[in-house]
Ligand binder design. Sequence first.
Ligand code: FDA
Ligand code: NAD
Length: 434
Amino acid sequence: MAQKSFKYIILGGGVSAGYAAKEFANQGVKPGELAVISKEAVAPYERPALSKGYLFPEGAARLPGFHCCVGSGGEKLLPESYKQKGIELILSTEIVKADLGAKSLVSAAGDVFKYETLIIATGSTVLRLTDFGVKGADSKNILYLREIDDADKVVEAIKAKKGGKAVVVGGGYIGLELSAALRINNFDVTMVFPEPWCMPRLFTADIAAFYETYYTNKGVKIIKGTVASGFTAHPNGEVNEVQLKDGRSLEADIVIVGVGAKPLTTLFKGQVEEDKGGIKTDAFFKTSVPDVYAVGDVATFPLKMYGDMRRVEHVDHSRKSAEQAVKAIKAAEGGGAVEEYDYLPFFYSRSFDLSWQFYGDNVGDSVLFGDSNPSNPKPRFGAYWVQDGKVVGAFMEGGSGDENKALAKVAKARPVAASLEDLTKQGISFAAKI
Ligand code: FDA
Ligand code: NAD
């Protein structure tokens, strides 16, 4: 059992870890001061690629093509780049015990890692149907997607079951992105989700109607208002049928499940203050424990614009929170300080030929603008959310670079809207004037 000591440890090897490492390198670390510990076997990469380019039938994205930090147009940190920058990359190493009082982490192999400052960047893990006791949910080819190993299993199943039948359980981000990816791979795809429309976390009924019709036109079948209640398998253990709670059943060669994620906070239970399911931080991502920071999906942080505590499970925040934490750590060492984190929520998704962006908060009344006819070859429409007479959220499908910048500006400025009718009439030109 080895024991190693570092000035800084980043625990996790995902998006936040990659961006935190980049920021440490920018700020300057001495060789041997910083370690990144990840249970994954590869250096930090841009996770969003896994549900998009990684699954393309041709010209698929593969590492090292999408290591951090190419997603934001930054330098690509290849495994050897860490070494060159004096950063120790400790891969295939799961931490199974954390003692924040003793400032030590213990790996599954029994190795001990001591730190002076810790950045928790453990991200989220998928919710599994087996957790809910769904019968047969442990059959082969019932797949989830979080890490690159999961994506490799999806790729393998796509190859093995070429042109077969796929059932996608869940109507959120994974549901929509994976249904498209499987359809592009020529699978006969059926999506099943419990709500009355897809992506209810963000979409209004109007926005969802566009995507559901677009997907249906692409050949994806959509079953709403029910859930998968059981699975049966071939004698070789591979799934062959999905039973639905409404009594129907669907043949399946592959099942992809995307029923949500939960932040990985288990290692720190009882040791650090939590809020809204995540690790509570201040505007510098400092937790309730001295010298311990939490960034990315696991952090519940003050969202200054809205005056409340939020957890955000999206890549833009994972990058920016990591950079903020490292800047704060380094500034404090020099006796200085950085500005409070003042985040404007930003989410996006891409599937088929579609691409949308959202900025701000999806609360209050909403209005649609533009051309949301799914049969048009280049749909281009948007939505605003209005609360207390002010525009607080902005969404656009098919927006140009400038239009997306306008969405960000309007969501940040929160201007007064004359009326919902006026916003519909003005459309993107309302945001462009801000
Ligand atoms: P992340 O999950 O990236 O990294 C956590 C890391 O910690 C992993 O390497 C994990 O193995 C490691 N780890 C956890 N516990 C450990 C332990 N005990 N010991 C060692 N290592 C441990 N967002 C968006 O805005 N647009 C998009 O298009 C997408 N697309 C997308 C696709 C897919 C397939 C997923 C799963 C997610 C997205 N997201 C997204 C969400 C986005 O990727 C997510 O919010 C960030 O990856 C969060 O970054 P973190 O670093 O917090 O966690
Ligand atoms: P999600 O929260 O987006 O969607 C979960 C969906 O699961 C719900 O909308 C609902 O339709 C469905 N659901 C819940 N219980 C169900 C059940 N028993 N049976 C069938 N459906 C059920 O979560 P996700 O799509 O699993 O994504 C996981 C994580 O990955 C999230 O953190 C998400 O933000 C992230 N992600 C983000 C992007 C992006 O931002 N573009 C892309 C992929 C993944």
